[in-house]
Design a protein around this ligand. Structure first.
Ligand SMILES: *[C@@H]1O[C@H](CO)[C@@H](O)[C@H](O)[C@H]1NC(C)=O
Ligand SMILES: *[C@@H]1O[C@H](CO)[C@@H](O)[C@H](O)[C@H]1NC(C)=O
Ligand SMILES: *[C@@H]1O[C@H](CO)[C@@H](O)[C@H](O)[C@H]1NC(C)=O
Ligand SMILES: *[C@@H]1O[C@H](CO)[C@@H](O)[C@H](O)[C@H]1NC(C)=O
Ligand SMILES: *[C@@H]1O[C@H](CO)[C@@H](O)[C@H](O)[C@H]1NC(C)=O
Length: 431
């Protein structure tokens, strides 16, 4: 009996020893990740910050985020909004990840050329990194003197690849003005999905309670990522793109800043990034979806970084009957029904149509709204028989008679899946 008893005690002891070491191992493995130095848990001094817009004490500089950029030299590139007259010098205070020692690096300030006369605009600070160690966290300050304990401390992003990459990410810069165009939003989202989107990143300033519900649905589906964008808490924002149209601090809710941040944020998370507004759809004509289109375009242009697509206006004031579609259940949903708008404005004499872009984010350095300002690769102007930007909005040429407009039902080619998918989503959201 005792022998047996001893044996089983031994067994239990051995078993628990094995069990404990497995537990310890898995604990160590788990904690290895949580001990990755982030601004919050590192030994670095400073105030850990992960807001999307962080004002410095001078109220003239707003830090969006620092990103590691090894493409040319090893630098930390800080995307920031800066007042053009007042900010002359900025410093990166790099924190050594194990000692907490600080190495101060003066930044080169790189102004983006598309400023549209606004006093505040986006800039990149390039801070050369220390030669023999890799900083994980950095503070930004307008001087090389000061008390680091009072400076905001940021994690440097893009140091390690994170998450599993998707093929296509759409960047929607700045949703604002209590946005409530529910039907057009859901239709755009479902078109993006049909065309192959993996993720839609939305810089959100404001939207209606109903829209919050719709966003909640897409967040739960894993499609939408929201970046809070409270820019109007810090600056007077213009609803227009040029200062002369509405002389405020910064253009169009800081759209250009958001687009640049979106490119860097998704640099290693997405093969391609689409830079378009939520009322725009890059619509393939020659191919069935973005994947086949981009495979072909990339094969034809191996050195390309940027693909530009012509914008065409489909006025939301010009209707085409849609009785043949089973969409009567949509009539209670607020917003524009894009299936009713398949008539486009003709090209204007002596005007270039604006363009929107699909880019390889790893080749982009600086972006504007309709063009890339600096990239490691070529621009390709994609012709109209390959794809166009379907843009449903208020007319640009409101006085044209209907006969001068052009019917283009490319969108209707997707009617079966679009209607089925939109109806399903509207049912699930139960507006
Ligand atoms: C910066 O803005 C805050 C909030 O508006 C204000 O309290 C503070 O005095 C300002 N600081 C400077 C240096 O202007
Ligand atoms: C900071 O790093 C640079 C680059 O490695 C180096 O030249 C400089 O001496 C360092 N400064 C301090 C104070 O450690
Ligand atoms: C029309 O669409 C609704 C869903 O919105 C569906 O329940 C119904 O079966 C459809 N009717 C036809 C004739 O396809
Ligand atoms: C709807 O799409 C189908 C193919 O999916 C097509 O055969 C049909 O012509 C389209 N309807 C219209 C009105 O364009
Ligand atoms: C959209 O509709 C198509 C065709 O009806 C279907 O294959 C696809 O799975 C749907 N997509 C979603 C996200 O429901």
């Amino acid at each position: 009996m005792t022998c047996c008893w001893t044996k089983s005690v031994l067994m239990v002891t051995i078993c628990s020893a094995i069990f404990m070491s497995i537990m310890t191992l898995s604990f160590l493995q788990n904690t290895k990740f949580s001990f990755m130095p982030t601004a919050k848990n590192s030994i670095c001094r400073g105030i850990p910050t992960d807001n999307t817009i962080t004002p410095l004490k001078d109220n003239r500089t707003f830090i969006i985020a620092p990103y590691f950029d090894h493409r040319k030299n090893k630098v930390t590139r800080v995307i920031a909004i800066v007042h053009h007259n007042d900010v002359k010098e900025l410093y990166c205070w790099f924190c050594h990840p194990s000692s907490g020692d600080v190495n101060i690096s003066k930044s080169k300030i790189d102004v983006h050329s598309d400023r549209f006369d606004f006093p505040y605009f986006v800039m990149d600070l390039h801070c050369p990194e220390p030669e023999d160690w890799e900083p994980r966290c950095v503070s930004i300050h307008w001087s090389s003197y000061g008390d680091i304990n009072h400076l905001p401390l940021f994690e440097i992003k893009n140091r390690e690849p994170e998450g599993s990459p998707v093929e296509f990410t759409v960047c929607i810069s700045t949703m604002f003005g209590e946005y409530n165009n529910i039907l057009q939003f859901v239709q755009s989202m479902e078109m993006y999905r049909i065309l192959g989107v993996g993720r839609v990143v939305i810089y959100k300033n404001s939207c209606s309670p109903l829209m919050e519900k719709v966003l909640g649905f897409y967040i739960a589906e894993g499609v939408v990522e929201i970046i809070p964008w409270p820019i109007d808490s810090y600056l007077k924002v213009s609803s227009y793109w040029h200062h002369s149209m509405d002389p405020k601090d910064i253009g169009y809710y800081g759209q250009i800043t958001a687009l640049n941040d979106c490119v860097y944020r998704n640099m290693y998370k997405s093969k391609y990034v689409l830079l378009n507004d939520v009322d725009e759809i890059i619509l393939p004509i020659k191919y069935k979806d973005w994947k086949t289109m981009m495979q072909n375009l990339q094969e034809q242009h191996p050195g390309a970084a940027v693909f530009l697509f012509e914008n065409h206006i489909f006025p939301k004031t010009v209707f085409t009957p849609t009785d043949m579609f089973n969409i009567s259940s949509w009539s209670a949903v607020p917003g524009v029904n894009i299936l009713s708008h398949v008539i486009q404005e003709p090209d204007r004499k002596n005007f270039f149509n604006a363009r929107k872009m699909i880019v390889d984010p790893r080749k982009v350095v600086q972006t504007s709204v309709h063009s890339i300002l600096h990239a490691y690769g070529d621009n390709i102007y994609v012709s109209m028989d390959v794809a166009l930007v379907y843009h449903c909005r208020v007319p640009l040429q409101a006085n044209l008679p209907r006969e001068s407009l052009i019917k283009d039902t490319t969108l209707w080619r997707y009617n079966v899946s679009l209607i089925g998918n939109v109806s399903k989503v509207l049912q699930q959201i139960t507006l």
